[in-house]
Write a protein that binds this ligand. Structure first.
Ligand code: AMP
Length: 120
């Protein structure tokens, strides 16, 4: 693992959840990532998985810390295995047009109901 300090933005909501400054319903965590329930669930299972490090979206995360992106995917799969037999949709909104509202990379783990396609 790198000895560089992890990037952090003190104004960022999800950095503050990672730091324990704002409460969240945490369901899983490891060295790279934290998983907590979405405040406005869109499915019976709706958990956000965020890297501990601050990157604004999945693209900057992939370039800046690919190991952390793998860690996010691994933790998402664990949450889905624990709570929904391993089935899940994994959504990364990237940019305002794609409905991103929190600019700290996060994947939505969605499950527990039949999903439609195409997504809205
Ligand atoms: P996005 O629109 O992809 O950026 O997703 C941001 C998500 O964060 C939304 O689904 C919100 O409901 C969720 N959210 C916002 N604030 C919190 C919070 N304090 N704890 C948990 N989820 C949150």
């Amino acid at each position: 693992m790198s000895s560089e300090p992890r990037p952090r933005d003190p104004q960022c909501l999800f950095c503050r959840i990672v730091a324990g400054e704002i409460p969240a319903d945490v369901v899983a965590e490891d060295e790279q990532a934290l998983a907590f329930r979405d405040l406005e669930p869109q499915a019976p299972l709706h958990v956000l998985v965020v890297p501990r490090a601050h990157y604004p979206d999945i693209g900057t995360l992939a370039h800046g810390d690919p190991d952390a992106l793998v860690g996010v995917a691994r933790l998402a799969a664990k949450v889905a295995a624990d709570e929904n037999g391993g089935q899940f949709r994994f959504v990364f909104n990237s940019g305002r047009q794609a409905h991103q509202s929190v600019f700290h990379a996060h994947g939505h783990v969605l499950g527990g109901r039949d999903m439609t396609w195409p997504p809205g």
